[in-house]
Design a protein around this ligand. Sequence first.
Ligand SMILES: C[S@@+](CC[C@H](N)C(=O)[O-])C[C@H]1O[C@@H](n2cnc3c(N)ncnc32)[C@H](O)[C@@H]1O
Length: 357
Amino acid sequence: MAAQTILFFPAGMMEVAGEAVAAQRRGEQVIGASSLDHDPDRVKFRDWEWLPFVFAPEFDAQFAALVARRHVTRVVSFHGAVWAHLARLLPSLPNPPELHPPRSPISAREGGQGRVWREDAEYLAEAWLGLAVPSLPSGLEFDGLADTAARIQGESNALKLAALVAVASVAPLGDVVEIGTLYGRSAFVLGWLARRYSLGPVLCVDPWRAEAARQAPAFLAELSQGWDMDPIFEGFRRNLSPCFHGTLNYQRQTSRQVRGDYGPGWQVTTPEFGATSYTGRISILHIDGNHDFDCVQSDVADWLPLVSPGGWLVLDDYFWPFGDGPRRVGDRLLAEGGFDFAAVIAKALFLRRSACE
Ligand SMILES: C[S@@+](CC[C@H](N)C(=O)[O-])C[C@H]1O[C@@H](n2cnc3c(N)ncnc32)[C@H](O)[C@@H]1O
């Protein structure tokens, strides 16, 4: 197969950087081009060309000459107007390069997963809770939520996130506590839901340390050896701090350590999220930390008593291919009772604390 020569134009757009760097790393022939005399993004490209502005009378001829001289096979453009001009121009060239994205960047974005997700949440809420949920977010809000959550590396899938939406829409007021946050995918959804339904502040608890992330099943223990959790901790703060200043915060400690401090009026202050005050009563408790039986057991013993009547426990990985810690703890809770609702959705056990015990 003939080698590709990819022209990025205009090369200074945000979407270009990642793609161009990756293509250069793969050893592909990459050219950046811009109409600015001193484009600051030039440094990202080993190979650079200048082109007139797309509206200049000489643009078409100079662009055609560049394509022919450099044997360009693919043109990447994320600028709506430039893309539209190139879509008209390229077919008229002798060896037309392929244009990427194939549809206008202005209209190329699909509807996302949001609408399907909303239907899932609606179905789950009605089928499960037996009541019409007061106000599910609109399809468009779901689109935004699903798209943004999907961009965060994580282990929670769309169905579980849809179930969280259903749960949040009927949860009582109080703190939303997550044990085990990783990069913050589920925390992002919880943070958004807590605000959308005015539930209360969110607390993310995770030591972000390899020793804590290490779990007993031999297969996992071996694979997770030497994981560096610092970039994950940084990723979490990068992902969530732009959205939740003051309304969400974190503690980089084990759940047991944090439980010692947590209570009514407790305040957490961090450089990225500012100050957040907690009520000490939990609306939704998401336990998704270390899945070894002893850890899940102590997470439940420490935190479940703080969940308000009508509040929720989401015990992640009740069905888990690597071990049975969450399953054994969940089965014990089911046997003990105290819940007026129980269901497994997307491998997680959802339990609602009875309003009157
Ligand atoms: C399965 S991941 C969490 C996934 C996350 N909820 C998501 O949606 O992507 C488990 C996390 O639990 C954390 N963890 C391990 N032991 C913990 C503990 N004792 N307390 C709190 N978090 C813990 C690990 O550091 C890891 O980040």
